[in-house]
Ligand binder design. Structure first.
Ligand code: ZN
Length: 83
């Protein structure tokens, strides 16, 4: 594979959805191309950050959330479950 092909397949590679032979070609290219290794790790970081931003992965509530807001959300929740 070329660098261009690698970037085209990177989403499938990270998702583990590449066919085994394509995946092998992919990894072989990563062995010889530091640029693509860097690109891949940057891509994975971006995917991780995107997941946290979307609230997946059971991301912990940031310390910056004010206590009043948490209480407001909790009381709104209990009210709607009683109704
Ligand atoms: Zn490359």
């Amino acid at each position: 594979v070329t660098c261009r092909e690698l970037t085209a397949f990177i989403a499938d590679f990270v998702a583990g959805e590449l066919p085994p032979d394509t995946r092998l070609e992919f990894e072989r290219h990563l062995d010889v191309c530091p640029n693509c290794v860097t690109y891949l790790s940057g891509y994975q970081d971006t995917v991780k950050m995107g997941r946290y931003a979307c609230g997946d992965d059971d991301a912990p509530v940031p310390d910056t959330v004010p206590e009043e807001l948490i209480q407001a959300v909790l009381s709104a929740r209990s009210k709607s479950s009683q109704a």
